[in-house]
Write a protein that binds this ligand. Structure first.
Ligand code: CA
Length: 231
């Protein structure tokens, strides 16, 4: 299991990141200012640091510089509202591995985190299963029985969220915040639309609708040749 340190002073964003990462199987810690971030990063082992640049105390670039100066080589992903070219360049020159600007979508951040962790993720599962369906996190494809199904990036993240919580009812709000991010309009029906796409591709018996509550991935469903049109 990968451990991620989140250095972010905006509570809403820190807790959004923490929830999202936890639901994808990561262990997280939060530092709310630069000095705390530096101290935590130096004193404990983390597999990756998500670093806001605009932090109280030491700013993000100073934290990064000191970490590298002290020989800490963990991947650092800068997360910031400062999207100017000069900040990007100083971040990358200062030893950051990647850069995501706010506002960001969780799925994008997750993809970048995974890309950075690749190579030291032996402990993590690469294929998730439910019934005769499986989801390969490396190829980003789904298999139902012997059939391989291509998913779009968004469908994949939604599917992954279900496969990480088999048998559990996930509400629209949970899915919206995990897959679409904190800036998405809570009144949107985008969750239903995308669940519909997934059910068409994976079979409607795999993801069922729980009236008034949300959706659930059925652990024992056979998605195989089920037809999709009855709803
Ligand atoms: Ca900040």
């Amino acid at each position: 299991m990968s451990r991620i340190l989140i250095a972010e002073d905006e509570e809403r964003i820190a807790s959004f990141l923490q929830k999202g990462l936890k639901s994808h199987g990561f262990t997280t810690s939060i530092a709310y200012d630069g000095d705390e971030a530096l101290e935590m990063a130096l004193s404990a082992e983390f597999d990756l640091l998500i670093l806001d640049l605009g932090l109280p105390g030491k700013d993000g670039l100073a934290v990064l510089e000191e970490l590298r100066a002290r020989g800490k080589s963990m991947p650092v992903l800068i997360l910031t509202a400062r999207d100017s070219v000069s900040d990007t360049v100083s971040g990358l020159e200062g030893g950051a591995d990647d850069y995501v600007t706010k506002p960001f979508r969780f799925e994008e951040l997750l993809a970048r985190i995974r890309a950075r962790l690749r190579g030291n993720r032996e402990g993590e599962e690469n294929v998730l299963h439910a019934g005769d369906a499986s989801l390969d996190l490396r190829t980003r494809r789904a298999d139902i029985g012997s059939k391989t199904i291509e998913l779009t990036a968004r469908e994949f993240v939604l599917a992954e969220t279900f496969f990480r919580h088999p048998g559990q009812v996930l509400s629209r709000e949970q899915l919206l915040s995990r897959v679409w991010g904190y800036d998405y309009d809570p009144g949107s029906n985008v969750v239903d639309v995308y669940v519909g796409y997934l059910r068409k591709k994976l079979g409607s018996s795999l993801i069922t609708s729980v009236r008034g509550m949300g959706y659930r991935l059925e652990e024992k469903a056979s998605g195989a040749e089920t037809e999709i049109d009855e709803d």
